[in-house]
Write a protein that binds this ligand. Sequence first.
Ligand SMILES: Cc1cc2nc3c(=O)[nH]c(=O)nc-3n(C[C@H](O)[C@H](O)[C@H](O)COP(=O)(O)O)c2cc1C
Length: 441
Amino acid sequence: MTRRIHLGAFAFHPGGAHVTGWRHETARPDRHLTIGHYKHFAQTAERGVFDTIFLADGLYFWDRHPSGVDHYGQLRLEPLTLLSALAVHTSHIGLAATISTTYNEPYHVARSLASLDHLSRGRAAWNLVTSRYDEEARNFGGDHHLDHSRRYERGEEFVRTVEELWDSWDDDAFPADRQSGIFADRSRLHTADHRGEFFRVRGPLNIARPPQGYPVQFQAGGSPAGQQLAARTADAVFAGYRPLAEAQAFYAGLKQQVEDAGRDPEAFHILPTLQPVVGSTRSEAEDLAEQLLASTPDALIVEDVSHSIGQDLTGRSADEPFEFEPDTDTSNESRSPNRRADALRTGDHPATPRQVYARSFREGIVVGTAAEVADTIEERVETRAADGFIVQSLTLPYSLDRFVELVTPELQRRGLTPESYAPGTLRDRLGLERPARVVPA
Ligand SMILES: Cc1cc2nc3c(=O)[nH]c(=O)nc-3n(C[C@H](O)[C@H](O)[C@H](O)COP(=O)(O)O)c2cc1C
């Protein structure tokens, strides 16, 4: 039987997921801070009957190396502000914002997401991240990022506190009866009075329970601690793209952790990234991939590789071989696989920055015609490597326009994605139950 798959449309940067996607001939960097740019993105995804749009975020400007400022640093609108505007320009699609549990307070997040859920009539979602970089810490009064395991401990208490706040009020707690003058039914109120290790939050929340009960929660950390948090608390995981066998092992392992946590693995979606480069012909798609790769200036290639492997290669030529320092430790940033560093560590890697960069670019993309891209999607879903994908457009708006024009009809023809939206909330669309309100006895 064909499995119904779930799709999200990802906006990593306004110009697309590729670091210099903004340079493509069709890109319009002058429009990156306009509602028109994102309206086009969201409405295109909605035309393709995607389940959700999905906005990345970071709480810093990418300036560790000079080329970050010169070539890479793209400007971001704050996601919840942007999604509130997009709620008005769309009708069905989910609205997912990346939110850091390290640099926010639960009350702010519970309130913002509840607001978005009400305004969008049940379409809000968040992508829980613990953040990665010291640059982020320095915008919030610290020098260094909180220790990786502490970030996840804080993250778990954060989620629980947010849920307690959403449960402040029963679903029908506001009779607003003019006759009696009773606005709220006090017997349907619970004040959380949360006192934990990281947070003290009295509550109650000053907004009614969200239409979805709890807005949908994605989790993007892929380390063992990230997977544990996801298995206990999330509705879906946004995972990195891996080779097929590795993706199947990740999928099976995470579903098992969900089951071990006493939850239903079928109601938990694993959605890896997919970076399609699609063309009317394979050679058109390959040309586009080469064009995007070639658009990255040499200085950015060297500094992007430096950033990801934690070894400063700046000032070198992109074509100069370098000795990898195997003890380099980036583990407080992320403990998800660092594919570039791991390949260098095993010696299974070319040795110039340009080769490292090109290889990881090619490993992360799926290049071909609509049928070929649909084949990859279908194979990964049928062989239990994924329940769907978060589609990353290398250059925006072009890559998503092409996906919806070419790949969407192919997926619909194969019965993998629907041709129109059924009524209901994002939670309904993802086949997830609405969480019952939890009130301690
Ligand atoms: C596919 C994917 C997308 C991510 N997107 C973001 C993002 O937009 N913003 C962010 O701060 N972190 C993002 N992260 C990383 C998270 O910050 C994560 O919490 C961090 O890397 C540390 O967790 P880990 O060691 O479990 O990966 C992403 C991770 C993955 C796998």
